[in-house]
Design a protein around this ligand. Structure first.
Ligand code: NAD
Ligand code: TYD
Length: 334
């Protein structure tokens, strides 16, 4: 098989290419990535010399580049996106461009060459949020109700993907995943920001009261879910992917992280809340589980391994850290 992976220099995309090349030896993977602030060639060093891997620097919004990359492709796995909620509050325009227009350019090109599958990687944030004390979970039939410009642009991209299936018969699948964690996540995001702050002897910054609840999915579990949906999922269908974490507030996660460092709650500082901060995400993955998927990675153990990865790989994140903190200097969450 020949795969076109978009956004393969980002967090989940790079982990996915590594996973796929290890598992499917004969397959060829072409990575199309614009190398934005979130795309790092340093995230591809584990596979960039693999003879089945190639890289094109380019923007998914440009039809000519996309058409070239789409030649002879069997499967598209579409990760490329602007993915950070905080950035979507300071600069929403690029979110509509990349996440909506970029997805449509890819869909058009995929249709022209008649790919066997277009897999769209999406997020649980399209469903909005739940009250903190809610016992409900998002399911595939939950109504879309996105809150942030990021979530709204991802919701629009999901709708486009489905429209290309219904209208033109493009063979699509979609996964909506929970918050991922693991190696090679940009230090702008909560977990790597918290870990790298502590390595630099700076407190974790918690938005608001720290009582927001997220579901945490180890990145390799999201990769295996995407693999299963591509190989066994039903065309035209959507699958929700939740992780193994218990119901944890951001404060709970921060307490766990400071604990792994042998520190105490003095290393947690509360800062200004995010505007429109979603309260709670919770996912019911029953539909995916009926295909035979289970999250393999226990939250506490893999949080500790993730911390070890950032401790050992300071060369990877140190060059990115100052830029990440600059964003928070602008938003006042420092
Ligand atoms: P990321 O921000 O780490 O990486 C995004 C990648 O896309 C980068 O390499 C960037 O250079 C590339 N990119 C951005 N704009 C591009 C463009 N116009 N053309 C080509 N490449 C471009 O994102 P991530 O966390 O790896 O997320 C990947 C996908 O998974 C996204 O679609 C996101 O919405 C979705 N998702 C993320 C999470 C999460 O917790 N991180 C959870 C669920 C779903
Ligand atoms: P984030 O990693 O940005 O993911 P998302 O907003 O897509 O869920 O943030 C995860 C949670 O952590 C979210 O509730 C916002 C919060 N947060 C903090 O409390 N402090 C921080 O420094 C950051 C980056 C996020």
């Amino acid at each position: 098989m020949r795969l076109l992976v978009t956004g393969g220099c980002g967090f989940i995309g790079s982990n996915f290419i590594c996973y796929w090349l290890k598992k499917y030896h004969g397959d060829k993977v072409l990575n199309l990535d614009k190398l934005t602030y979130a795309g790092h060639l340093s995230s591809t060093i584990d596979f960039d010399e693999n003879k089945n891997y190639s890289f094109v620097k380019g923007d998914i919004c440009y039809p000519e580049i996309v058409a070239k990359c789409m030649k002879n492709v069997d499967i598209v796995v579409h990760f490329a996106a602007e993915s950070h909620v905080d950035r979507s509050i300071t600069d929403p325009t690029i979110f509509s461009r990349t996440n909506v227009l970029g997805t449509q350019v890819l869909l058009d090109a995929a249709l022209r060459v008649k790919v066997k599958r277009f897999h769209h990687v999406s997020t649980d944030e399209v469903f909005g949020d739940l009250p903190l004390n809610s016992k409900h979970k998002f399911r595939e039939d939950t109504l879309y109700n996105p809150h942030s410009p990021y979530a709204a642009s991802k919701a629009a991209s999901d709708h486009l993907v489905r429209a290309y299936h219904y209208t033109f018969g493009l063979p699509v699948t979609i996964t909506n995943g929970a918050n991922n964690y693991g190696p090679c996540q940009d230090p702008e995001k909560f977990m790597p920001r918290a870990i790298t702050n502590l390595i630099e002897n700076t407190p974790i910054k918690l938005y608001g009261k720290g009582d927001n609840i997220r579901n945490w999915l180890y990145v390799e579990d999201y990769c295996s879910a995407i693999d299963l949906v591509i190989t066994k999922g039903k065309i035209g269908e959507t699958y929700l992917v939740g992780g193994s974490s218990k119901e944890l507030t951001n404060y709970d996660v921060a307490r766990l992280i400071v604990g792994f460092f042998g520190l105490d709650k003095k290393y947690i500082k509360f800062v200004k809340d995010r505007s429109g901060h979603d309260r709670k995400y919770a996912i019911d993955s029953t539909k995916l589980k009926t295909l035979g998927w289970q999250p393999k990675y226990d939250f506490d153990k893999w949080l500790s391994k993730t911390i070890d990865w950032y401790k050992k790989n300071t060369w990877w994140w140190r060059p990115l850290k100052a830029k990440a903190e600059n964003l928070y200097r602008k938003t006042g969450q420092i």
